[in-house]
Design a protein around this ligand. Structure first.
Ligand code: GDP
Ligand code: IMO
Ligand code: MG
Length: 402
């Protein structure tokens, strides 16, 4: 089985928790894109993990993690994460593999990310400042440093020197301390594999691809320019691995409401007290940056768009428990664009200028409440997709098969 579990919104749908739950039935959880901009919080009960680069496999099982070449790797972040796991009693060193073709996120990438954002002023994207855009840009400029390049220290130093000079000339960014790169490489190198060497093992294995961000942050199909630097749609699995892969199922994860971190349009956004209430109830603060997440109601037109562009087979809904106890729950069901009713936008740039029509549901006390069933059935009938699991709380075990 080759399955992908990915976000249908602007990230933070709870993919990490859901992936961890599903992972016990797979040999590998595969990260195919993004970098340490991802923040996947997984609550085990006794302890909590925040995955930035380590794939969200259940650490209590034997499932392994593979970081494919589509990911940009901040070596310091992944080494720290692996160390943290060791500190709490889980040595995963035999369970992690990283493609040697993955590009390295360097300190200059983070510096440039910060600088670009500051120069853009009120046009800033609101990035995580983890150097993601610049690392992917250097990959495309064909000046990036890959893990494989670090095998030969002399050649790697030449490449780093070139990059250092280029960053100085182009961006007035100074960086010369290469030692930390080699120190981190020494720690990470035991996990590094050639994608060809691991290909036959992966082809025989049950793989669960773990999406990062959400399809609305996809560089092509998302709310450009307020997107991340790569393909976080399910289409990213193939360039991420470096070769074709036939997926058996695409499982889209969405929240019962909607959040977004950073700038960009958000038609169903709430403000003031209403937003604060939702943010507090859902603990909606960024796992990577700690920023308060913007909060709003579920937006059906863009959920339909996300389902369409990812050819979603089935869905998992998270965080409906957060809405328990509210008097009324709303869903944005249609847009009005220049007086015309739109059920699903055919491109996402229209989001800047839409009027949303809402439908109001009576609130529910808990997830057994009939009012909640009506909410679920409405979403299923509108999207034409089954919700196969309901995540009912933050813990890995808080999930019900429907
Ligand atoms: P990801 O980036 O998609 O993995 O999501 P994040 O981890 O950034 O954000 C989701 C947050 O909601 C995390 O703190 C999870 O522990 C938490 N969470 C996930 N599913 C549920 C759920 O069904 N109910 C509640 N209350 N919290 C959840
Ligand atoms: P997970 O995997 C939510 C957002 C940033 C910003 C835009 C570009 O936890 O769902 P970047 O640093 O990638 O260049 O920022 O994308 N963003 C995320 N928002 N969840 C994420 O990941 C995100 N990763 C990036 O806030 O708006
Ligand atoms: Mg997250």
């Amino acid at each position: 089985m080759k399955v992908v579990c990915y976000g249908l919104q602007w990230g933070d749908e709870g993919k990490g928790k859901v992936t961890t739950y599903l992972s016990k039935d797979y040999d590998y959880v595969v990260r195919y894109g993004g970098g340490s901009n991802a923040g996947h919080t997984v609550e085990y009960g006794e302890f909590k993990l925040v995955h930035h680069l380590v794939p969200s496999f259940d650490i209590r099982t034997n499932t392994k993690g593979y970081i494919a070449n589509g990911v940009v790797v901040d070596m310091n972040v992944i080494n720290e994460e692996i160390e943290e796991l060791k500190r709490i009693g889980f040595d995963v060193s035999e369970r992690i593999k990283i493609s040697n073709l993955a590009h390295v996120v360097l300190p200059v990438h983070k510096m440039l990310d910060e600088k670009l954002e500051s120069i853009k002023g009120n046009k800033a994207v609101g990035t995580t400042k983890r150097g993601i855009g610049p690392a992917y840009a250097d990959k495309v400029h064909r000046i990036g440093l890959r893990l494989i390049d670090l095998e030969n220290k002399e050649l790697a130093i030449e490449k780093l020197q070139f990059l250092s000079e280029l960053y100085k000339k182009l961006y007035s960014i100074e960086w010369h301390d290469f030692d930390s790169i080699f120190e981190e490489y020494e720690k990470i190198k035991k996990y590094i594999v050639s994608p060809i060497d691991i290909k036959s093992e992966l082809s025989k294995s049950n793989l669960l691809f773990e999406g990062t961000q959400g399809v609305l942050l996809d560089i092509d199909m998302g709310s450009y320019p307020y997107v991340t630097g790569t393909y976080c749609n399910v289409t990213g699995t193939e360039p991420g691995l470096g070769y074709p892969i036939k997926l058996d199922k695409r499982i889209g994860v969405f929240k019962a409401y909607l959040t977004r971190v950073g700038e960009g349009p958000f038609p169903t956004e709430l403000f003031g007290e209403e937003a604060e209430e939702l943010r507090k109830a859902g603990k909606e603060y960024g796992a990577t940056t700690g920023r308060p997440r913007r909060c709003g109601w579920l937006d059906l037109p863009i959920l339909k768009y996300a389902i369409e562009i990812s050819e979603c087979d089935e869905m998992i809904m998270t965080k409906a428990d957060v809405l328990s106890g509210m008097q009324k729950v709303k869903i944005g069901v249609r847009y009005k664009i220049n007086g015309k009713t739109v059920e699903m936008p055919n491109e996402i740039s229209v989001l800047e200028d839409v009027e949303v029509e809402y439908i109001e549901f009576n609130g529910w006390k808990n997830l057994e409440d009939n009012n909640f069933q009506k909410f679920v059935e409405f979403i299923e009938s509108e999207t034409g997709r089954k919700i196969t699991y309901l995540s009912t709380g933050a813990k890995v075990s808080d999930i019900i098969k429907k």
